[in-house]
Design a protein around this ligand. Structure first.
Ligand code: CP
Length: 299
């Protein structure tokens, strides 16, 4: 693996090997395999979980960590993302974790990087968020075991604008989940191949019946054309996950959300903070998964 740009097409064995390695890190394995390697977080969009958990992963692997802050950088003087990358590369940095607002923006930078440089996509536009997909699979695996074939997993909400949903759906298919359901209002369902093989519904209550895992998505108002959602109250009424609604799922169903959460919109606080929620387990697993990815690319 030279770069990690997407989970689309990543062979099952490679995906499972990354999850196995991440589980070892989650179980406390120490590693200093990036000692002496300079790695930079290069985020052109805001982030809390992804940026800081990558930095934590770099620290745990012993890397020299550089943090690029777009708001105080020379991009404000018009410097391009590519010039930014090439200049930091010239300082001896070998690894970049990049978030970009444009679909394909990270792949474009990877294509122009020097032969010894590795890039990880930390989210590009609506396209992909591969390490989120991996950490979600690790979290699901910890909760439900490694055989996904009997599981029914429901992905709910603003799938159209979600790079998380795209990476999750790719990984769920690769790992052979028995039934994948997708649910959201028509305006927020994608019109491309994202939902291939999924049972698609606009009725959240029906879609929840008997599911083993519910993967909620953030309503991404920053990527949305005006008017796609009539009101937040209506959205919550039709697609908000409440304690009452969750009773339709299997008795031991788990709830996931990549964060940041719009509490009271797509998920109620008593679900997000409740006994079925794996939200903070996802965040913890983010460090372990990112250690496994950085090690695979750079060690
Ligand atoms: N889940 C996720 O990508 O969160 P951040 O935007 O805070 O990194």
């Amino acid at each position: 693996l030279r770069h990690l740009l997407t989970l689309d097409g990543l062979p099952r064995e490679q995906l499972v090997a990354l999850l196995d390695r991440a589980q070892a890190f989650a179980d406390g394995e120490a590693g200093r395999s990036l000692a002496g390697t300079a790695v930079c977080t290069l985020f052109f969009e805001p982030s809390t979980r992804t940026r800081l958990s990558f930095q934590r992963a770099m620290q745990r692997l012993g890397a020299d960590v550089l943090n690029f802050d777009a708001s105080t950088s020379s991009t404000s003087k018009g410097e391009t993302a590519l010039d930014t990358l090439k200049n930091i590369e010239a300082m001896g940095v070998r690894g970049f974790v990049v978030r970009h607002s444009v679909d394909g923006g990270v792949a474009e930078l990877a294509a122009a990087a020097a032969p010894g440089t590795a890039l990880v996509n930390a989210g590009d536009g609506r396209s992909a968020h591969p390490t989120q997909g991996l950490l979600d699979m690790l979290t699901l695996r910890q909760a439900r075991g490694t055989d996904f074939s009997a599981l029914t997993v429901l992905v709910v909400g603003d799938i159209r604008h979600s790079r998380v949903a795209r990476s999750d759906l790719q990984a769920l298919r690769t790992l052979g989940v028995g039934t994948i359901r997708a649910c959201g209002p028509a305006a927020l369902l994608p019109d491309d191949a994202t939902l291939a093989g999924c049972e698609v519904s606009q009725d959240f209550d029906a879609a929840l019946e008997g599911v083993d895992a519910v993967m909620m998505l953030r309503l991404q108002r920053e990527r949305m054309a005006e008017g796609l959602v009539s009101s937040l109250d209506d959205y919550h009424r039709d697609y908000g996950l409440t304690v009452g609604r969750l009773r339709r799922a299997a008795p031991d169903a788990v709830v996931m959300h990549p964060g940041p959460m719009n509490r009271g919109v797509e998920i109620d606080s008593d679900v997000a903070d409740g006994p079925r929620s794996l939200v903070l387990r996802q965040v913890a697993n983010g460090v372990a998964v990112r250690m496994a990815v950085l090690e695979a690319l750079l060690a």
